[in-house]
Design a binder for this molecule. Structure first.
Ligand code: GLU
Length: 471
């Protein structure tokens, strides 16, 4: 019998590894570990050619210790219950580490979206939403979906429209889903949020002199050689923020293959090339790798797997030459890979907090929806007037003029995107430091993932204890 990889099993394994470093009651740990509610759905849709197809879909709520539950919906041919359960559990830990007051959830529809027309996709999304409404598995105070692999703003709009149509007069209805277009109540900065969070998290690790010394690397992101696997929303934006900060993107990988250049690749121009030719391969001046996975094994400082789970396992982990691995995807490494890297002294910055930028900005979007006002609307002009006044006073007292570039920067009152970026930056820096502190306080913790789980378990368990459920 062939052994099938269980993603939820891997999450449980990591959880158990970390639970040993906490002092919580066994029963409470079990309550945290399990999925609270699993909703498996089958519904028919009529395809464009008239045939009828039965669609398999899921929504899993892993934890209700805080509500609403929160997590994306993915459209992928590989979707299965085990995967959605694992992703929902990761959402619980992710939210708690970045202090986002939600329980974890995840949804999945087992389809390859490339094989369906937009009309078919709309039918599927709307029917799925209706099924969630029927069982109260969606709502601004119960469960709030978001984009994930294979979904984006368009799908979130369909979800919102279906929900509002069936909840007339519900004033907070826009908060039933996040990752919406701006015109539908979305927040500026959500699209690039996960990639930006990945960048902020890794940058913070790169600024830690002791960690970098251990890895034999200089501090700072500038000049670091980076490889990114996946040019979807998360991979593209991560790569772009690293490039903008002065890192060198030496390889990019997609499922059709990978490209490499020691001089560094321009992320936008590779993206355009792929859009035009349909493939990442044959990018001018770069070397081709027919096997996408080969890019994971190239020499580099930082490796960012930003595609799907389970891409680095016990088999290829020994060939990975990166010194720092940033898990932008959910679950790209198996527990066996973790063991290989811990032994080699390679630091793995774990998914469940590194890719929390998406849900953090989703939280900001949800708050915006509940408050019915755009960020910055009230204070932007006030701040600009105040800054102008302060500048005037400085110039008068000092008798000198501030340079025009500095003047612009000082006077600027915050726009929505400024506030979202700065809220995200603060969140990612704090989370990175908290995990590292926990790791340092307990040298027996073998890796950063375990330290992150310890932080997460302690926070969820404290919340349960404070609820008075387990006195
Ligand atoms: N799908 C993203 C994740 O895995 C975002 C979830 C959200 O914004 O709720 O974290």
């Amino acid at each position: 019998m062939s052994h099938k990889y269980s993603f939820f099993g891997a999450v449980e394994k990591s959880f158990d590894k970390a639970a040993k470093f906490t002092k919580w009651d066994k029963g409470l740990l079990e309550q945290i570990r399990q999925c609270n509610a699993v909703y498996q759905i089958r519904f028919p849709i009529k395809r464009d050619d008239g045939s009828i197809e039965v669609i398999e879909a899921y929504r899993v709520q892993h934890s209700h210790h805080k509500t609403p539950c929160k997590g994306g919906i993915r459209f992928a041919a590989e979707v299965n219950q085990d995967e959605v359960m694992a992703l929902a559990a990761l959402m619980t830990y992710k939210c708690t580490i970045v202090d986002v007051p939600f329980g974890g959830a995840k949804g999945g529809i087992k389809i390859d979206p490339k094989k369906y027309s937009p009309i078919e996709l709309e039918k599927i999304t709307r029917r799925y939403t209706s099924e969630l409404i029927r069982k109260k598995f969606i709502g601004p105070g119960t469960d709030v979906p978001a984009p994930d692999y294979g979904t984006g703003e368009r799908e979130m709009s369909w979800i919102l429209d279906t929900y509002t149509a069936m909840h007339p007069g519900e004033i907070d209805a826009a908060g039933c889903v996040t990752g919406k277009p701006i015109s539908q109540g979305g927040v500026r900065g959500r699209r690039e949020a996960t990639g930006l969070g990945v960048f902020f998290g890794i940058r913070e690790v790169c600024n830690m002199a002791d960690i970098m010394a251990k890895l034999n690397l200089t501090t700072g992101v500038e000049g670091k050689k980076v490889i990114v696997q996946g040019l979807g929303n998360v991979g593209y934006h991560s790569a772009k923020f690293f490039q903008d900060a002065g890192a060198k993107i030496i390889a990019l990988a997609e499922y059709e293959g990978a490209i490499w250049s020691n001089e560094g690749l321009d992320v936008d121009s590779v993206f355009q090339h792929r859009k035009k030719t349909g493939s990442i391969l044959n990018y001018p001046g770069a070397e081709n790798f027919a096997k996408s996975g080969d890019a994971l094994e190239m020499e580099c400082d930082i490796l960012i797997p930003a595609a799907l789970e389970n891409v680095i396992d016990g088999k290829n982990a020994p060939n990975v030459k990166a010194k720092l691995i940033g898990e932008a995807a959910n679950g790209p490494l198996t527990p066996e890979a973790d063991e290989v890297f811990a032994k080699k002294g390679i630091i793995v910055v774990p998914d469940m907090y590194l890719n929390a930028g998406g849900v953090t900005v989703s939280y900001f979007e949800w708050l915006k929806n509940l408050s019915h006002v755009r960020y910055g609307r009230l204070e932007k002009r006030f701040t600009e007037n105040m800054n102008t006044h302060i500048l005037g006073q400085i110039e008068e007292v000092s008798g000198k003029k501030v340079k025009p570039a500095a003047r612009e920067m000082i006077m600027h009152g915050p726009d929505e995107v400024d506030l979202v970026y700065s809220g995200l930056e603060e969140t990612m820096i704090n989370a990175t430091r908290e995990i590292m502190e926990t790791w340092k306080e307990n040298p027996d913790i073998p890796d950063m993932r375990t330290a992150a789980y310890v932080v997460a378990i302690n926070k969820v368990a404290t919340a349960y204890a404070e609820l008075g459920i387990f006195p």
